[in-house]
Design a protein around this ligand. Sequence first.
Ligand code: SF4
Ligand code: SF4
Length: 102
Amino acid sequence: MKMFTILKDIAKNTFSKPYTRKYPFEVRPHFPGERGKLVIEEDKCIFCGICARKCPANALTVTRKPDQAWQFERFRCILCGACVEACPKKCLHLVPRLDEKQ
Ligand code: SF4
Ligand code: SF4
């Protein structure tokens, strides 16, 4: 009986499609709301620093006048979205794709 079950499984797995994808040739479609990476529209930023104060991972550094700068340490970011929600100018966005080409 057990042998029959094993043979059945072997036959099924031999002729069925694999459950895995042939990455990188076949890329999984991204689902709605996926948090891939943080991007900024820097021209809208007023360098208020609210995003940096809200960030739980200390991934953001904002320098005010006169040397205005917005810096982001990507590998510290946990993609929580706290900065996106807090930004008064709505210039931060979590985009779905973690893709170096974007
Ligand atoms: S909260 Fe928004 S406007 Fe303020 S520094 Fe951050 S990104 Fe710029
Ligand atoms: S998404 Fe979260 S962890 Fe990443 S920079 Fe914004 S507040 Fe910090």
